[in-house]
Design a protein around this ligand. Structure first.
Ligand SMILES: [Zn+2]
Length: 407
């Protein structure tokens, strides 16, 4: 059993044209006109493949291939939204390989006991509406539907209004639905598979993630007449925090990664002492306990930096996801499938969040990784060789068939 590499390559090319950037990347923000066109293209392909397509209250799309209707489906899914000037593999590959699996089952005239469902989740990236993975979060009961609906983008537009505008405000309740297993193929977004010359990662789980927001209140003043001894500069304190956040990971070592990715300076002009700073802190590790220790270090660094500069601050720890282990049987099934597909593979952990994380909270889930060239993603240079994609998609096919069972 193998998938059709040429056909899959062609789908990647076709979907990749919707929202394509001049340099071959992708800008298809959630619920934008491009997202609507990407969704429409997918729905047409799903209907052509004979799937029964439904849309839920969060705009999640499900296409079901028939099996024994009394049995829960094997679900394969990912997302078709992207970050601004992102790549054409993140998310896209998961839904296109899922589609290719269904087409391959049809080609081989295989009927399965469990139905097989292809799922496309809304706003996985969180680039337009926060938080990320909002729609699988609602489905898993972790985010209230009303809160998700009222989330606004930077222009103040509500998520629910955009769902309605693009015609994807569905009627099906967005609630936990039973599934035999959830499988998500995704690019690794890190360097390990490529460094080791491997085609497939059998994903064991997703690291724990903690997000914090720091606001520092300095005293805004003129950059000329204000002597150094009376200054309270918010950016000077922030600079110490940025260095300190890097130091946390260096000192604690292991798999811990720490990032300050967003810094907003007010008033952000040449001749004024910065009066107010907000900055983000993102920390990730496979061990929840490590994140607890990292958080304690962060609090000490912030306190000391702000005391030294004499500036008050607020530090909020506003989002935390624990380590998500995937279902042992599903992981073993994926590993068997990778071996049977003849793929060079290893077990691996995901450093990025995925819809599979929320799906794992409501049923048995697992993931298949394929390599990212130079480990890069969320950029136009994002690339995975088609031969690796073929190995990954064949692994997905074999795992899905194993879990769904032949009728
Ligand atoms: Zn993704």
């Amino acid at each position: 059993m193998r998938i059709d590499k040429r056909r899959l390559e062609q789908s990647i090319e076709e979907l990749g044209r919707i929202g394509q950037t001049p340099r071959g990347g992708l800008t298809r923000l959630a619920l934008s006109d491009e997202d609507k066109r990407g969704r429409d293209w997918m729905v047409s392909r799903m209907r052509e493949a004979g799937l029964a397509v439904t849309v839920d209250q969060m705009g999640n799309i499900f296409g079901r291939r028939a099996g024994d209707s009394a049995l829960p489906p094997v679900m394969m899914g990912s997302h078709v939204d992207s970050v601004p000037t992102g790549g054409r593999y993140d998310g896209q590959l998961g839904v296109l390989c899922g589609l290719e699996v269904i087409r391959s089952l049809d080609d081989a005239k295989i009927r399965t006991r469990h139905p097989v469902t292809l799922a496309i989740f809304t706003n996985e990236e969180g680039a337009r509406f926060q938080p990320a993975m909002i729609a699988s979060g609602v489905m898993a009961g972790k985010i209230a539907l009303e809160d998700a609906y009222n989330t606004r983008d930077k222009d103040g537009i509500r998520l629910v209004d955009e769902l309605e505008r693009i015609g994807y405000l569905g009627a099906e309740p967005c609630v936990a639905r039973p599934f035999r297993a959830y499988l998500e193929l995704h690019i690794e977004q890190g360097p390990f598979l490529e460094e080791e010359g491997l085609s497939v990662g059998v994903v064991e789980g997703i690291v724990a993630i903690a997000w914090s927001r720091l606001t520092i209140h300095g005293v805004q003043d003129h950059a000329g007449p204000t002597p150094m001894r009376i200054r309270h500069d918010a950016l000077v304190a922030a600079a110490e925090v940025v260095g300190g956040v890097r130091r946390i990971a260096r000192e604690m070592g292991g798999d811990l990664v720490t990032t300050v990715g967003n810094l907003v300076v007010a008033p952000n002009i040449v001749n004024a002492i910065p009066g107010r700073i907000t900055l983000s802190i993102d920390m990730r590790d496979p061990q929840d306990a490590t994140l607890d220790r990292a958080r304690a270090k962060l609090e000490a660094i912030v306190r000391e930096a702000c005391e030294r500069e004499g500036v008050p601050y607020e530090l909020e720890h506003y989002w935390r996801v624990p380590y998500t282990p995937f279902d042992r049987d599903v992981v073993d099934t994926v590993e068997r499938a990778a071996r049977a597909a003849g793929a060079r593979y290893r077990r691996i952990r995901s450093g990025a969040g995925h819809d599979a994380q929320y799906m794992a909270a409501i049923g048995p889930a697992g993931m298949v990784f394929v390599p990212s060239r130079d480990g890069r993603s969320h950029c136009e240079e994002e690339f995975t060789p088609i031969d690796d994609i073929e190995q990954g998609a064949t692994t997905l096919l074999r795992a899905a068939l194993d879990l769904a069972g032949r009728a």
